[in-house]
Design a protein around this ligand. Sequence first.
Ligand code: GDP
Ligand code: GDP
Length: 437
Amino acid sequence: MARPVVAIVGRPNVGKSTIFNRIIGDRLAIVEDKPGITRDRIYGVGEWNGKPFSIIDTGGIELGDEEPILKSIRMQAELAIEEADVIVFMCDAKAGVTSSDEEVANLLYRCGKPVIVAVNKVDNIGRSDHIYEFYNLGFGEPIGISGSHGTGIGDLLDAIAENLPELADDEYDEDVIRVALIGRPNVGKSSLINAILGEERVIVSDIAGTTRDAIDTPFEKDGQRYVLIDTAGMRKRGKVYETTEKYSVMRAMKAIERADVVLVLINGEEGIIEQDKHIAGYAYEAGKASVFVVNKWDVVEKDDKTMHQFEQKIRDHFLFMTYAPVVFLSAKTKQRLHKLLPVVQHVADQHAKRVQTHLLNDVVSDAIAINPPPTDKGRRLRINYVTQVSVKPPTIVVFVNDPELMHFSYERYLENRIRAAFDFEGTPIRLFTRRKS
Ligand code: GDP
Ligand code: GDP
């Protein structure tokens, strides 16, 4: 389901990324094991009063250093107007209303979308008087917040939640597999899409997606219906920000959210780079099934070990995604292309699979018998009951005597036993530990 989008706009240094990070909070990825990646993040998921939304920090999307700041700010506002359902216009209480704030306000007036003025750096009550001048921007009552202290964030989130639109629930039937292709520029996304659609026995239909700006491509092969998500977003439409890397990452993330299966394209000729890791990490975090597709396999010089070595490299780089299968192919020559859709279908099945409770408990009982749970300060973890509570991705709750006694390594062990018994290839599994004696 597509989530409504909230965008934060405003001059540099008003505190946009501080607030962005507070809103996405503890959802920060566990896959982001390298410092620096989080700082770069511009797209995340928030939730308030049970209403989920995506949030963009437009300040993270910049034109080159040589461009004037005002041009960047203007670009960010345009992007927010285009992408967002609700806009948070952030200002700085210490600086007061500046001419660039007025400039941004001018752009936002005409957009017809809800705009919430958040005045940051209201660090003490003494400064809360300063927020009234921000009424002059013309968007109603400003909300005073402090990113440093975390005050006012609840009020801001209330205002955001009140303005979120209700979005249509599901755009496609349950049995349609929604596929997103992601990867850096020139990895061969468009070529692969064309290759898939040009394959024998693929029937392309021209029903456009119903989601606002998405143009999806539905097709059918061997009785299975698929839809390629938002492939139009990958085409260049000529807006200045569309050439920035951050923008393409953002588009990829939007596509991932709407997908069941994410094809993570890797350039077989050039190998794996950091950006590949970042985007794939998001597919993991979003709980989507994934397949690594190593493209341009036609130009790779190979012997009987090359494929195995390349797969090993993928495993080393994507430690958190050992479940994802790897397909080697060439979009250009169509070599090995026929292997792809059956894998997509298989991982989609695993992603949507529900295992019966008694089968799950049998496997976990055996696992406990082979390798008993650890003790901590003389107390032993006792697992009472295990049940799968949802699908896409498979989510399993482990009821125990005391969740504190569950260690990461034991959780991993259980997950591995569950995978060994029930496959679950290509999909992340969510395990939650809850108290119940
Ligand atoms: P951005 O450029 O709009 O994304 O702004 P940042 O989030 O990077 O923040 C700019 C500076 O303002 C940083 O030094 C922050 O630590 C600081 N800052 C953020 N929020 C507050 C706040 O509520 N009070 C004060 N005094 N400083 C803040
Ligand atoms: P995108 O930016 O990810 O959509 O990449 P494109 O599909 O536009 O491809 C970028 C370039 O790589 C084009 O010149 C393609 O012809 C080339 N290309 C794509 N797939 C393959 C492939 O499997 N083998 C080779 N040799 N070239 C490819």
